[in-house]
Design a protein around this ligand. Sequence first.
Ligand SMILES: [Mg+2]
Length: 299
Amino acid sequence: MRRTALACALAAALLANGAAQARPPAAAEPVVPPGLQYLYGSGEAAALSEQAYNALLGFVIERVWRDHEHKPAAGDKEQAVLAPGATLADPKWLPCDGKPLAVVFDVDETILLNLGFEYDDATHPGRPYADTLWESWEKAGVDKVAPVPGAITAVGELRRLGVTVIFNTNRNASTASFTEAALTHAGFGPAVHGQTLFLKGDLGSGSGKDSRRAAIAAKYCVIAMGGDQLGDFSDLFVGTPGQRRALASTAPIAQQFGIRWFVLPNPVYGAGLKGRLDEIIPADKRWNSEHTSDPKEPN
Ligand SMILES: [Mg+2]
């Protein structure tokens, strides 16, 4: 009897051991890029987005109030869209010409957070970006996006104020119905392709948005724009990282940010994630902890 019990215990132990050995090793925890942690996981990024949307809404409320009171301010006759031939150094703006008010937003990482796509990207380290992959995501990810913090409130308030909300995005025209559905799913509907939704392929195949902005501005007075890339405001922001940085931070264009143009954070992808170390840190600002002595106290 005792021998039987021992045999049973031994068999159970062997089975348990076998099961443990057969179990596949635990998958390595995916490395989460810092930018992804920041944009999709941090309170700081949420606060920045709320800040941008609060500022935009405040600007529009004041503008609508001035229109209501017939007390226009300097600049109220101008759109937030640069006129053909304008430069960033000498900006000229399209006229409003009494057209109905509109605000134009980019979509990705401005209105929608592409959580599902970035999850897949983070779990496939080293895989290069491919347009075909993104197009698959546009169709498959309708219910795996989330609104950017602050965007739902702002879009709802803009519409309540009678301002038309228009989306100008480099999502593909061929997947328009899916993007319409994604915007509706996230709480921004309705968005109608060709009326309040403009996509890559609508007016040329390039990713430049000026042609679409011009088409929107022909029908509306665009008083503000929101985006996470400088190309969401003008196609003129080109060049090296240093050149683009200088373009954005030189008057008079520098004074448009937070006035006509409202910028959302995006440290995950885009034109801002470029530049060698020696292109970013000037030679006279480089510090090497291994080749230095204790500095003297400043006078
Ligand atoms: Mg974007």
